[in-house]
Design a protein. Sequence first.
Length: 316
Amino acid sequence: MSYNFERELASWLEERGISRKELIAILQQSYYDDFKGLDSITLSRWLTGKVVPPLYKQFLIAKSLEQDLADIIITIDENEQKSPSRYSAVLTNLIKGFDFSLTALSYTRVSETITSEIKSHTYYEHIELFHDFYDNVSALRGFIDDLYAMKNDIKYNGILLKNSQGEVVGHWAFILDLEKLDNLRSFISIPESELKRSCLVKLGYAMNSTHFFELVVQAICYYLVEQYKSKDYAYIFIAGYPIFEFAKKIFNAEEVKYYPPTDSTQKIGLYLVKLDIIRSIANPILIPKIKKKLRCLKLCDHVDCNLCSIKNSRQD
C-alpha cells in the first residue's frame, strides 16, 4: 500500500495513544522552529486531508512518533515529489563539475561497478586510510592537527567506495559524537541544545557524479538504519563551488565557517556547512535514489551480496 500521510498520521496517533493536543506539544518541544505555528485547526486539516504539510515535516512528525522512516520512504510514490525547475541548473553545474573537469583525467580507471563499506575505525586505522589525503588540503591542516592530537579520544567512522581491484575510489569520514570537538579553536562552537544531535562529515572525495551520489545515498541509508533517532544535524566540509551551490540552493545548507588555503600553491578553500538531515532526505532529487537503495537493503540477505555493508554496520 502506498504512503498516505492523512491515513498514516491517524494510525500513528492511535498506535501511540497520543491525543492531538499532546502531539502539538511534542512537536513544538522537539522542533519548535518548524512547528511553532501549529494549532488544533491545522492539525485537524492534516487529519482530514484538506492540507498536506511539506514532506520534511511529515518525516519529523513520524520521527517524533517513533516511526521507522526507512519503511515510510519505501512506500512513497516518488512521482508525486516534483523538483522545482530552479534545481535543474544547479544539478547540471554539479554534474559538469565532477564529470567534465580535468579531475576526470586520472591514471586510475573509473570503475563501472563499485562496492561500498561502512564501518568504524580506530585512530590508527583512520590515519592509515586518510592521512595522505587530508595532509594535501592546506585549508584543513590546523583543524586536522588539533583533531589528531586527541588520538583515540575521537571515534571515527568511514564510507569507502572501492573498485573491483579493492582500490578506494571515493570516501567520506565522519564523527558521530562532537562533544570533544566543540572546544577546538580550529572548529566552531555548536549550540548546547544541538551538540548531541549533531555529527561531522570530513572532506570527502568522489571520482564522478555517480560516485558522489552513491556516497550521499550510502550515508543517508546508514543514518536511516542506525542514527535517525539521535541525530538531526550534520556539519560537512565542502570543496568547490558546484557542491557548495548544490548544498545551499537545494538542501538549504547554512555556511558556518570558511577555511582559506594556508599554502600559497593551493587555491582551494573549504566551506563548513550545516545541514538539517531530515530536510535533506526529503529532497525530491534524493527520494528515488534513497528508495531504491532501501528496497535493495530490504530484499538483501547479505550472504551472497557484497555490494555494501549497511546491514551489518551495527556490528562494528
